[in-house]
Design a protein around this ligand. Sequence first.
Ligand code: NAD
Length: 506
Amino acid sequence: MTQTGKTDSKHITHWIGGKPFDGVAERRGDIYEPATGRVAGTVDFASGSEVDAAVAAAKAAFPGWRDASLTKRTRVLFRFRELLTEHRDEIARLISAEHGKVVSDAAGEVARGLEVVEFACGIPHLLKGGFSENVSTRVDAYSILQPLGVVAGITPFNFPAMVPMWMFPVAIACGNTFVLKPSEKDPSASVRIAELWAEAGLPEGVFNVVHGDKTAVDGLLDHPDVRAVSFVGSTPIARYIYETAAGNGKRVQALGGAKNHMVVLPDADLDLAADAAVSAGFGSAGERCMAISVVVAVEPVADELLAKVRERVAKLSIGPGDDPESDMGPLVTAQHRDKVASYLDSGVAQGATLAIDGRGTPVRGGAGEGFWLGPSVLDHVTPDMDAYKDEIFGPVLSVVRVGSYEEAMEVISANPYGNGTAIFTNDGGAARRFQNEVEVGMVGINVPIPVPMAYYSFGGWKDSLFGDSHAHGMEGVHFYTRTKAVTARWLDPSHGGVNLGFPTNG
Ligand code: NAD
């Protein structure tokens, strides 16, 4: 529970059984407005009884939703898609106010979530099982994909709309019912989305939202009626979720943190590479799991590349997310801003050069009490420095200078994370070698944020993902269903009578 300061009228509560929770929460947290630093409202924190109520609502809704025809399910999904499209800007503004990212960026995340809804609209095709006629004489075999039951999603602050939408459109389309525990830092978008589901005709209890902290999460991980858990967040929590949920017999996919390297080879188009490094390093103030946090410059390109990065950073506008002239907003909390800024000091103390210091960068309309930190670049970073080892998750780009492609690959391979990476080169052979060798789940070639489309799956390797399935795409369908194999004989008078032998095909 956090201290409750001055608030205006905003109060966010759970969404259970198709309506807002009508009880009185024992605990609440503050919702901040990062651009001003003020407390903009409060959010209820679920205790065990609220988690139980949400899971019970989802459990009660499951038989009806599982048996709803594919036509009915897809009609609801199509209506939800229309409503989401209609309210995209409104949701983007809710996100921007609580997260800090600029409205256009927030609208982009809603759009990427919408793509998963659109993918899920094709669920009748995706749920087709296999059929083999006459596997034995007049015996057929087929497979059916069935939903699991109540499934839960636990999501991070940095994509309050898109990341939940990696999960619930596919889960619900497959016939499951869903309990979402979004980040307590920016909870409003999830409730607005729940209202849109209701308006789209989703039966009550199919989609529920509980807010809160570890208490709510543990309530879901320990609940015997939750069959599967999808998690996205930092690596230590992802590991905890994976171990706890799997220990409780649940299916689990837990996506963790990242340290994404962008290799720039000497033959690269350096203007393209500099545009990419600045866009993917400082977009959303670096608070993206696919942000580029390390540029691995293969010499002799570092000085020229850095000069181009400087030119571009000088033109960036820092300001409130709802100011259309802002390129980059504030960080999510004051504590996070301070932690991110501390790497500028520790980097220099450990031998790096502060090529661009974002502290004190002018803010449109004035910095006030907002959680600001401008784009910063640490040069001559080496893998033993804290700024390299930790996931900074802020607008700090590190430049590691290496002598060769092989050295660049060694740096990436030794890093424990394996979420995303990119290579910038005009050499097709080098790019192909990179995509083949690199131990990272998502790879960009002359593309800085290689976020896979909805019909591919999203997920990293190594400490960036615990579990077997990536998010959405066919891996999402696989995660949210279980397969039943049926062998059937009909109208076969010559079945051969009693036979105690092991069945063979004939
Ligand atoms: P976080 O791990 O702090 O929180 C994620 C979720 O876990 C939230 O809902 C939070 O309430 C809950 N949580 C926090 N502490 C917990 C605890 N001790 N026990 C149980 N639950 C707990 O992450 P965050 O700060 O919200 O988000 C940023 C992180 O998410 C970064 O590390 C980023 O890389 C990662 N991320 C990864 C991906 C990916 O696809 N791999 C995508 C987005 C974000």
